[in-house]
Design a protein around this ligand. Structure first.
Ligand code: ACO
Length: 422
């Protein structure tokens, strides 16, 4: 058994901890008995050195810039498979055969409708509500309509609930969007594929023909695939923390949506495009790079940097290639694309960014594609939600099967007053 020894230099006491090896990636030190044996906690704000669980879903090598779902390289999945193939892979551990995909696809189409009562919830929101606020509330409200899955002990029921989430989230997303504009709600069209149906629910008007081009479906489907899973990021860890208490799965997913909203996480895609528009021209890039490097300026280059990737985010590379391939067909804003490319070029050769290993992340290029798809900025994080919903629920299922799972309950280094008297 491999171990590490911890020596307390205050008293010379030695403690031994087992080293556990994953199938690939860094070894982990099993410190579960640390407090019992030493009376001490570890201190790790932001969990930068902490593996919070075992998982066989997603592997990231941040130094090499690699991402794999269930062992498959993200680039293969994004270029050779559809989002629904990827959902099947994540949920069942296996890429579907042709007939399995057809059955899965049909089930998702059929489950895409939401209860009319849930639809009515949207009328209660003010016109000014952000789509993410409506999204998290309506996903939470799903638990009021599908409460029968509160005590799940059957794999079959896990899968039904997971498919329901994957199927209904685009419908709720489209309802959030349409409510924010005050335009009539549109029902899903089960004749259309998953991604085409979402674009349809966004764009359609009663009794008008809705045009959705294949190139648009391909671009958005790729974006969904790239967002589908990303191991223990902030929103997934939130889903797991809520799930660990035994709360309802929709409550856990709703919490994940709220965690995703922040600018340091999924909300970054909205900020990237706003920032590109603010920079406006390649001539202004140097000035903004200077601001980003200034320690006295809060300004950050949005879409740059990542907690795990200390190399190019592989998803950003795939999106950059997709942009180059489809920019004319999609009608991508060429000026903004030039600004983005110039920022990337300058940043990748600048000492500040090189030293801190700051590379473009997935959000850097996704906004350009979403804008070309005529998806408004306020909906960018919703697109992320749609893609990631399968990852969250896959992690939720994994947690439920995990015999070593405990309620998420970290400790602290208390710094307040020791004892006071009234
Ligand atoms: N622009 C300028 N400087 C940056 C940036 C940036 N985008 N990101 C990090 N830095 C600098 C920090 O100022 C810090 O510098 P210092 O060492 O001189 O103090 C150093 O790089 C390390 O940064 P941290 O914030 O400590 O790194 P952390 O791993 O905690 O944060 C994060 C990662 C939140 C993604 C950060 O890089 C960031 O804010 N990026 C911009 C927002 C963004 O694009 N978020 C999307 C992430 S991808 C996703 O969630 C899907």
């Amino acid at each position: 058994m491999a171990t590490v020894t911890l020596t307390d230099n205050r008293n010379g006491k030695k403690y031994e901890f087992e080293i556990l090896s994953p199938s690939v990636g860094p070894d982990v030190i099993d410190i579960r008995s640390l407090y019992q044996t030493t009376g001490m906690f570890t201190y790790d704000p932001g969990f930068t050195s902490t593996a919070s669980c075992s998982s066989n879903i997603t592997y990231i090598d941040g130094e090499k810039g690699e991402l794999r779902y269930r062992g498959y390289d993200i680039s293969d999945l994004a270029t050779k498979k559809t989002y629904l193939d990827t959902c099947h892979l994540l949920l069942t551990g296996k890429l579907p055969s042709k007939s399995e995909l057809a059955a899965f696809d049909l089930e998702i189409r059929k489950r895409s409708f939401v209860h009319e009562g849930l639809k009515n919830l949207f009328y209660a929101f003010p016109d000014s509500a952000h789509p993410m606020a409506m999204m998290s509330s309506s996903v939470s409200a799903l638990s009021a309509f599908h409460y029968e899955h509160l005590d799940i002990d059957q794999e079959e029921e896990f899968q039904v609930m997971a498919r329901r989430i994957v199927a209904k989230i685009p419908t709720l997303a489209a309802l959030s969007y349409r409510r924010s504009l005050g335009i009539p709600f549109i029902y899903p069209d089960i004749e259309r594929s998953f991604t085409e149906n979402f674009l349809y629910m966004m764009r359609a008007y009663p009794s008008a023909k809705t045009i959705i081009r294949d190139v648009e479906v391909k671009a958005l489907d790729t974006i969904f695939t790239l967002h589908a899973e990303h191991e223990q990021n902030a929103s997934t860890s939130t889903v797991r923390a809520v799930a660990s208490t035994g709360a309802h799965p929709y409550a856990a997913i709703s919490a994940g949506i709220n965690a995703l909203w922040g600018r340091a996480h999924g909300g970054a895609n909205e900020s990237v495009i706003a920032q590109l528009e603010m920079i406006g021209s390649v001539d202004n890039v140097d000035e903004f790079i200077k601001k980003a490097k200034d320690p006295d300026d809060d300004f950050r280059l949005m879409g740059f940097g990542h907690r795990v990737y200390k190399n190019f985010d592989p998803r950003a590379r795939i999106l950059k290639n997709l942009l180059d391939e489809l920019k004319e067909d999609l009608g991508v804003d060429s000026e903004l694309l030039e600004v983005a490319k110039k920022i990337e070029e300058v940043a990748l050769t600048d000492e500040y960014f090189i030293k801190r290993k700051l590379y473009p992340n997935i959000d850097f290029y996704s906004g350009l594609i979403l804008t070309a798809l005529k998806i408004p900025k306020s909906l960018f994080t919703i697109i992320f939600v749609i893609g990631r919903s399968v990852g969250w629920i896959t992690q939720w299922i994994e947690l439920k099967h995990d015999k070593e799972m405990k309620i998420a309950r970290p400790r602290q280094k208390y710094t307040g007053p020791v004892s006071k008297k009234i």
